[in-house]
Design a binder for this molecule. Structure first.
Ligand SMILES: [Zn+2]
Length: 81
């Protein structure tokens, strides 16, 4: 099942943790309120649990990620252009 990331839309300090993740079924509607503090939340991204390296580069790019591969000497090389 996908993991959805939510961010509070209210002022920080009036809400609980700023960002939280929850696992929902694909068919479930996005949460509108934080289950903890009841303040409005906005769904940011969704991703499937599992190793991100298994995702196709095109999918990563679609999600706004750039895949980074660790090279020698701690240098990261971008593999998605
Ligand atoms: Zn909250």
């Amino acid at each position: 099942m996908p993991i959805y990331e939510y961010k509070h839309t209210g002022q920080r300090g009036e809400t609980c943790d700023e960002v939280f993740e929850t696992i929902q079924k694909m068919s479930e509607d996005a949460l509108e309120k934080c289950p903890v503090c009841g303040k409005p939340v906005q769904r940011l991204i969704s991703r499937f649990s599992g190793n991100v390296d298994k995702m196709a580069p095109s999918r990563l790019k679609e999600l706004g990620f750039q895949k980074l591969v660790k090279r020698d000497k701690g240098v990261y090389e971008k593999t998605v252009k």
